[in-house]
Write a protein that binds this ligand. Structure first.
Ligand code: MTE
Ligand code: MO
Length: 382
């Protein structure tokens, strides 16, 4: 069952769980590159890595529920046939719904892997548009022939044979401006095994769970994916709801993610040299749904005073299709007598959405979508 795991993984990855493999890079690494290196990109596997497929044998099956999608022909596509559609590249973030779960637990315990701030990465993804492929099989018309959801199934399966699966609304799939891709390259290389070789879905702006890796089957349906990852996990509830009283149907499956930012440097608990009279802070900011980051504010005294960080946009992004993150940097004056810095960051996106001050107001028992102000405390040395 575990015989298909990659032979080696980057030693700098901080392992959250060995089987299935879940690991994140130390946050400091994330600020180094606009495009997160493949071998340092966080890995979130719910199941064993599936047997490696021969790219020549690989087939993507597109199926539909009976009675819908008139004119749609179920089809099997080889990798070569997929690559014959117009190829495009976009820079996009993939962020796990559980990123920063660790600090949500500071209020009340949560269920799930204790991700710090590294369950996010930004890569250059190369592939073909899902909307082109779906149009090719005959999906069209105002109501898409009654198709409501596009389900993606991965090759990874549990001991009972049920595979990882998730879905997105047909409108998202068919909207060319949403840039949903079937991806075969990550940062200019064949997509690594851990990230979905030979083909994965990328749903920019959405929670990572929808970007199904090792995709082998697409089902056009009136229903969302029946998987637990669509119907149970990756849903948000108020703080009085827990595993014992949850009504999963009362909340929608997460799709687009909220505005997020985090401090990557300095490292929590470290001692920073302030002999220059300044301290330099670095981190990332990103928002879901294609919204851009309009501002990142930072504080070194716990939120009493704020300065505006400088955003690095290494690449121009199209309006309302801002899928990549903004790395930011701020050099803040600091007085010599300060013994400790309580660093805080918060971002605002192009819809004026802001991050909540505390986890209390957004706490949910699965610890999802934690985008509270990020705080890091350090000591100072002159
Ligand atoms: N796809 C498959 N087939 N199996 C999985 O376990 N995990 C999902 C998503 N796609 C998953 C998957 C989740 S929850 C996330 S956050 C992203 O993949 C992680 O992508 P990465 O491992 O490439 O960073
Ligand atoms: Mo995730």
């Amino acid at each position: 069952q575990w015989s298909n795991e990659p032979q080696s993984r980057h030693p700098a990855l901080l392992c959250n769980q060995e089987k299935p493999f879940n690991a994140e890079p130390p946050p400091a690494i994330l600020t180094g590159d606009f495009h997160t290196p493949n071998d340092l990109f966080y890995v979130r596997n719910h199941l064993p890595v599936p047997p490696r497929v021969d790219p020549k044998e690989y087939r993507l099956e597109i199926a539909k529920e009976t009675g819908i999608g008139e004119g749609v022909e179920p089809i099997e596509l080889s990798l070569e046939e997929i690559k014959a559609f117009p190829v495009t590249s976009i820079s996009a973030v993939v962020q796990c719904g559980g990123n920063r779960r660790h600090s949500m637990a500071s209020y009340k315990p949560v269920r799930g892997l204790s991700w710090k701030g590294g369950a996010i990465g930004n890569a250059r993804w190369t592939g073909v548009r899902l909307c082109d492929v779906l149009k090719h099989v005959g999906v069209s018309g105002g109501n898409y022939g009654g198709i409501k959801h596009v389900q993606f199934e991965g090759l990874d399966a549990d001991a009972m044979g049920s595979c990882y699966s998730a879905s997105i609304p047909i409108e998202t799939a068919m909207d060319p401006n949403r840039d949903v891709l079937l991806v075969f390259q990550m940062n200019g290389e064949d997509i690594p095994i851990d990230h979905g070789y030979p083909l994965r879905v990328i749903v920019p702006g959405a929670v990572g769970a929808r970007s199904v890796k090792w995709v082998s089957r697409i089902v056009l349906s009136t229903e969302e994916s029946p998987s637990i990852w669509q119907r149970r996990d990756y849903k948000l509830f108020p703080s009085n709801v827990d595993i014992n009283n949850v009504d999963y149907e009362s909340s929608e499956a997460m799709q687009d993610m909220p505005v997020q930012s985090a401090i990557c440097l300095p490292i929590p608990g470290s001692t920073v040299d302030i002999s220059s009279g300044f301290v330099t802070l670095r981190g990332y900011a990103w928002s879901g749904g294609g919204r851009s980051i309009s501002r990142v504010d930072v504080s070194i005294n716990g939120g009493k005073d704020w300065s505006v960080a400088k955003l690095h946009s290494n690449e121009s992004q199209k309006p309302n299709r801002v899928w990549a993150w903004s790395l930011w940097e701020a050099t803040v004056p600091v007085s010599a007598c300060t013994g400790q810095l309580d660093i805080v960051c918060k971002a605002m996106d192009s819809s004026c959405n802001t991050q909540p001050e505390n986890v209390e107001s957004i706490w949910n028992f699965r610890g999802l979508a934690n985008n509270a102000w990020h705080r890091v405390s350090v000591k100072t040395a002159n």
